[in-house]
Write a protein that binds this ligand. Structure first.
Ligand code: SF4
Ligand code: SF4
Length: 251
């Protein structure tokens, strides 16, 4: 299978390591070395540990000339283009895949896969890259030192990096130059019982290619469809146990 699409790469400029950063040295934080904190993050009230939030992407319903999910994501999180495609922030990539055997072409949005076995979390030296009890993988921007270990460790190129100053950050998605970042599964919306912005936008476009729900609840629509459709994980051979599953492509 060949894959084409725009991909983000780690910043090559050492200046990205500089700029900002307000570290919080409070309860549960240990100073390992100057500028390096080890933190133990308590679970948030929204996380029961019972749910595992996930996305099911039906590529049979996704089309090449639609980017509603990408636009909704960028609008929601204040991801503004600086006219530099190589480094402009984009948390969902639309990718076209071709099955070399059949010639079948599919379009698939790829975002952070919110891995159960998240390499980005494993390699982070400060605890900034974290996984909530409900499976959502996030970056604590206050703790990120911009080392980009996570960017390099992510096998899906889903962990991005803020290369530019952020002039008007979205109030629901604080960002700052020099920090790692990526899809939050719109945790701010989930916490309020709303759907992620990409899911809502895809439905509004009439395609309904992205389904959100609790993978741990066998009675949920997403859990039923994962089984019924034989949904697959990207690069299952890597055993990262993603919370995002795909239908309609021979992965
Ligand atoms: S897709 Fe990448 S950034 Fe997201 S949880 Fe997995 S390893 Fe981390
Ligand atoms: S760049 Fe990634 S690995 Fe490094 S501190 Fe930030 S979140 Fe952790």
């Amino acid at each position: 299978m060949s894959i084409t699409g725009n991909k983000k790469t780690a910043c090559a400029e050492s200046s990205c390591m500089q700029s900002r950063r307000r570290f919080l040295l409070g309860a549960g934080a240990i100073l390992l070395a100057p500028g390096v904190l080890l933190t133990v993050r308590p679970a948030l009230a929204d996380e029961t540990g019972r749910q595992r939030w996930g996305l099911l992407i039906d590529t049979r319903r996704c089309v090449g000339d639609c980017s509603a999910c990408v636009t909704a994501c960028s609008t929601t999180h204040g991801l503004v283009s600086n006219g530099r495609p190589a480094t402009d922030p984009q948390w969902i990539r639309k990718v076209q895949v071709t099955d070399p055997g059949t010639g079948h072409v599919a379009h698939m949005p790829i975002m952070c896969q919110h891995c159960g076995n998240a390499q980005c979390v494993e390699v982070c030296p400060t605890g900034a890259s974290l996984k909530r009890a409900d499976g959502i993988v996030l970056v604590d921007k206050h703790l990120c030192i911009g080392c980009r270990y996570c960017v390099m460790a992510c096998p899906f190129k889903a962990r991005g990096f803020a290369h530019e100053e952020v002039e008007n950050p979205s109030p629901v998605s604080p960002r700052g130059k020099g920090s790692a970042e990526g899809c939050t599964m719109c945790v701010h919306r989930i916490n309020k019982g709303q759907l992620p912005a990409c899911v809502e936008a895809c439905a509004r476009s009439g395609h309904e290619a992205i389904l959100f729900g609790d993978l741990n609840d066998p009675t949920s629509l997403i859990a039923k469809r994962v089984v019924a459709f034989g949904a697959a994980a990207l690069r299952a051979d890597l055993r990262t146990d993603p919370s995002v599953r795909y239908v309609g492509v021979n992965l």
